[in-house]
Design a protein around this ligand. Structure first.
Ligand SMILES: [Zn+2]
Length: 439
């Protein structure tokens, strides 16, 4: 009898153990339903009223006219029926490793000279969170300014859920030439860190692209112009950096990896070299002449203007730097309007980090509208158009079946007041709600 009981007990233990190890079926993905009072889907030119968005797991399953009749059973319902719902916004030009330091307080140089990488990475996590809480669920971060491959680390930490932040398309160190990037103006005897990887010649150029791609760069960022000043005839002049041959080596290598090249270029020789070298997006493009616009149209080159950042920190008016600062804004506005009229592909970018992450990123929309873009068009540059730039058409920047559930909401109507986008009240990324002040 005693033996029998022991056998029973052992069998029971085995059964418990086996049960504990039995593979349980994966849990059904969470179903969430958003009831949207007004929906701007990122692509359509008119908003739709009373829409029901069904989200399964991290993707949008359906979008339909709502009456509440066919809500899936057991769904988590989010009522945004008094709000305007939009796709999560995309800023295609950010720097999470810059903090908008005032030039008067040491500016850019201080970042590289005084702060260790751990400190800079800690601040970058705050920048990433700031992007997300402002409704930017995706960013193309265009280089770390001397912080090496730090952007890849931040991206990994976000993807694995250690810290909140947007999806990051990272471009790591960026590439320029000797004499083509700070830190500079130090005694030649002193070796100072540089804010980009400096190369000379097509061989070094290709090698730098290979290294950066090997370490995880999603995009390659190249500086095709550097210093700028007002020339003899009152024009904005900017110093060219890479040659066409150097850029072609980078573009050829990067395209071979299925990735794209973003070129910082203000105007003139450097901008034309950027286009002749086959870059995929012109960053800033302050001074686009007619030939540049024609070539961008022909090659399908993207234009990522960054209007707001040039309004900050102007040097005194009667100094060369002060004149340069004012000239930059003046020509940028003209180029913006010309490119828009010509139908150049335009995408939303701010250079945030160049200004403080505590300022609203969405201030850029107001500047775009001031320059004649319609509010809907401006919104599309930060949604469906940006998704296209990132080769994520239909997946990012739209509220449509199959897209990632990156969804935001504002209380008012951003088509009537574009500055509503400075006050995003609801943020969902990948189907998870990060913030909801509209309950
Ligand atoms: Zn930038």
């Amino acid at each position: 009898m005693r033996n029998f009981l022991i056998v029973i007990a052992v069998l029971a233990l085995i059964a418990i153990a086996a049960n504990a190890q039995a593979p349980s079926p994966p849990p059904a993905p969470q179903v969430t339903v958003i009831c949207a009072g007004a929906l701007i889907d990122g692509k359509s030119n008119t908003p739709r009223r009373n829409q029901v968005i069904v989200i399964r797991g991290e993707r949008i399953e359906s979008v339909a006219e709502g009456g509440g009749a066919n809500l899936p059973a057991g769904a988590n319902v989010i009522d945004l029926s008094r709000a305007t719902v939009l796709p999560g916004m995309i800023d295609a030009h950010t720097h999470i490793f810059l903090q908008g330091e005032d030039p008067a307080e040491g500016g850019y140089d201080i970042q590289l000279l005084k702060y260790g990488l751990a400190f800079r990475a800690a601040r970058a996590t705050v920048s990433a969170r700031r992007a997300l809480e402002q409704g930017f669920t995706t960013i193309r971060d265009v280089e770390t300014e001397g912080a090496g491959y730090g952007d890849i680390g931040i991206k990994q930490a976000i993807e694995r859920g250690y810290i909140p932040g947007p999806r990051i398309f990272a471009s790591t160190r960026a590439i320029s030439t000797t004499g083509g990037y700070p830190l500079e103006d130090y005694a030649p005897e002193i070796e100072v860190p540089k804010g980009a990887q400096l190369i000379d010649g097509p061989v070094e150029a290709r090698k730098a692209a290979r290294e950066q791609l090997d370490h995880g760069a999603d995009w390659i960022k190249v500086y095709m112009t550097h210093r700028s000043w007002v020339g003899k005839n009152g024009e904005l002049v900017s110093q060219p950096t890479l040659t066409v041959e150097e850029l072609k080596a980078i573009v050829d290598e990067t395209h071979g990896w299925g990735k794209k090249v973003a070129c910082h270029a203000y105007g003139g020789i450097g901008l034309h070299r950027a286009l002749d070298g086959g870059c995929d997006s012109i960053e800033h493009g302050l001074d686009l002449d007619d030939a540049a616009i024609a070539q961008m149209l022909k090659q399908g080159t993207w234009f990522c203007p960054t209007l707001s950042v040039y309004y900050g920190h102007w040097a005194p008016e009667n100094t060369p730097a002060g004149q340069r600062d004012r000239k930059r804004v003046e020509v940028h506005n003209v180029s913006f309007k010309k490119a828009m009229k010509a139908g150049v592909k335009m995408v939303f970018g701010t250079d945030v980090g160049g200004f403080s992450w505590n300022e609203p990123i969405a201030q850029e929309f107001g500047r775009m509208v001031e320059q004649g873009m319609s509010p809907m068009q401006a919104i599309q540059t930060a949604t469906a158009r940006a998704g296209e730039l990132l080769d994520m058409s239909g997946q990012l920047g739209v509220i449509a079946p199959g897209a990632y559930a990156d969804i935001i909401a504002v209380a008012g109507d951003p088509l009537a007041d574009i500055n509503q986008l400075k006050q995003v009240r609801f943020v969902m990324k990948n189907g998870s709600t990060y913030k909801n002040e509209l309950k």
